[in-house]
Design a protein around this ligand. Structure first.
Ligand SMILES: C[S@@+](CC[C@H](N)C(=O)[O-])C[C@H]1O[C@@H](n2cnc3c(N)ncnc32)[C@H](O)[C@@H]1O
Length: 285
């Protein structure tokens, strides 16, 4: 059977994989490792958070794909004594199977190949990684459907979420306000959790705010001059969107969330505008 994926070489020289079905390349500009370091490891301040953490540190990896984000996070933090629980989600094992067949060209798996084969086979793997111990779970399912099942309430509550679906235009079901509202509800309010993502789109930021998150400006990644960091606690945001950002949302032609999971661009409705203004991040006392 022909593969749905193909290996591509990026302008940077790094290799990545391309989904033929979605016509999108994973980590398209600076490559898998540099993007994962900039967007997740550094932005989440994972080394600092892990160093000060007692007990299990839970990371959700939404869109496991070719496992570049997950592996980069583990490799970047291996020297910090910690117990990490990685909970990966994807609707298909194919990109990981394909990338393991092309591990030499991709070049980022270094030593994790056998663990990833076990993860694919058993949907769980436990191993030691330098000074860490790692428990890694894999949930193969449609993510929005999985979150809406009662069993989702029993998933380990995350301290950090790597959110890496395809773009809203190609993968609208993964960017709806209903999905992020459910995700926010599943967090433990007493457990600060941050979620970086590669987009800085006003529509995405409005979606996260209406779902309940606080939202801030995210670091540049080399690919994007600005990204987005959401969290359930303001303490995790270095640069929360200021009240003047509301005016940008108000005049934007593309700010209203995709309630119907169909990609389109639309200005804010009056209802969404009222809800945005009342968000605790902006509401004045
Ligand atoms: C950009 S790729 C992720 C790349 C990956 N994080 C990595 O580091 O290699 C997006 C992933 O989201 C997954 N995905 C798309 N729609 C999904 C859905 N409805 N439920 C679960 N996963 C989904 C795709 O199968 C794909 O592997």
């Amino acid at each position: 059977m022909p593969s749905n994926y193909r290996l591509v070489q990026l302008a940077s020289g790094a290799h990545s994989i391309h989904s033929l079905a979605h016509r999108e390349t994973f980590h398209p500009v600076i490559g898998p490792v540099l993007e994962a370091e900039a967007l997740y490891v550094n932005q989440l301040r994972l080394r600092e958070r892990l160093a000060g953490h007692a007990g299990e540190f839970v990371i959700w990896d939404v869109g496991l794909g070719a496992a570049a984000n997950a592996v980069t996070v583990l490799r970047a933090t291996a020297g910090i004594p910690a117990h990490i629980r990685l909970v990966s989600f994807d609707c298909t094992p194919e990109p990981l199977e394909f990338s393991l067949q092309n591990a030499a060209a991709l070049g980022y798996f270094g030593g994790f190949e056998a663990h990833l084969q076990t993860l694919l086979r058993d949907h769980h793997v436990h191993f030691a990684n330098d000074r860490q111990t790692v428990d890694w779970d894999l949930h193969l399912a449609d993510f929005p459907t999985l979150l809406n099942q009662p069993a989702a309430a029993a998933l380990p509550k995350p301290h950090a979420i790597l959110f890496d679906a395809f773009s809203p235009a190609k993968n609208p079901h993964m960017w709806t306000p209903q999905l992020f509202t459910r995700l926010f509800q599943l967090l433990d309010p007493a457990r600060p959790c941050a979620l970086p993502t590669y987009s800085r789109a006003t529509m995405l930021r409005v979606t996260l705010l209406l779902a309940g998150f606080y939202v801030g400006v995210g670091h540049a990644t080399g690919e994007k001059e600005e990204t987005t960091l959401a969290a359930n606690s303001l303490s995790l945001l270095a640069e929360p969107l200021p009240p003047k950002w509301l005016q940008r949302a108000r005049v934007s032609y593309s700010a209203e969330p995709m309630w119907d999971a169909i990609y389109r661009q639309a200005p804010l409705t009056e209802e969404s505008w009222a809800r945005l203004q009342a968000h605790p991040q902006f509401a004045t006392t």
